[in-house]
Ligand binder design. Structure first.
Ligand SMILES: [Zn+2]
Length: 177
């Protein structure tokens, strides 16, 4: 892993940005560049991470069904250009500049979603929203225990994303022009 400290932050302008780049070789996917930017200025806390496949790939739609606990360790590559959907958990992560790209596993994707839900639960003033978030968290917990199956769908027009399992269904994504 390469690390560059003391870079100028594009957000706050201070020389408090750490750049990190890593090269990963992922079986059945290929070489992936993972990079992140993190500002250590506590008033700024700018953070951005993304992944990019070394080779050019086709637009893809990957569907994977999480059926038991073993499936939680399946590797996931999510780039910032992809959308991640788990309809049963009302999860719909949109692509864009604020989207995080990362190499993780199914469990990591669920954990990230759990953090988003927990912070929303703790900050909302709306009682009915808090209730529905609590229900989603309960459901998420059952998924993590392998009690209920769910479907995860990743769509990436750049093809930089993937779910590495022979049970994952990979289709060519039709890109709207
Ligand atoms: Zn900053």
């Amino acid at each position: 892993m390469e690390e560059l400290k003391g870079q100028k932050c594009i957000f706050c302008g201070k020389k408090t940005l750490t750049l990190m780049q890593d090269e990963l070789d992922i079986p059945f996917f290929g070489k992936v560049f993972a990079f992140s930017m993190k500002c250590v200025n506590t008033e700024c806390n700018y953070f951005k991470s993304d992944v990019e496949a070394a080779e050019i790939k086709d637009p893809c739609k990957v569907t994977f069904e999480v059926k038991d606990k073993k499936d939680l360790s399946v590797r996931v590559i999510r780039s910032s250009t992809s959308s991640v959907k788990i309809p049963a958990l009302k999860l719909d992560l949109r692509p864009g500049p604020a989207a995080e790209g990362y190499v993780s596993n199914i469990e990591g994707v669920l954990e990230r979603y759990k953090k988003i839900l927990e912070s929303r639960r703790d900050t909302t003033d709306d009682d009915s929203e808090r209730k529905s978030i609590k229900n989603l968290l309960k459901k998420l917990w059952k998924v993590q225990c392998g009690d209920i199956p769910i479907k995860i769908i990743i769509e990436d027009p750049t093809g930089n994303s993937g779910i590495i399992s022979d049970k994952a269904v990979v289709e060519k994504l039709k890109v709207k022009k």
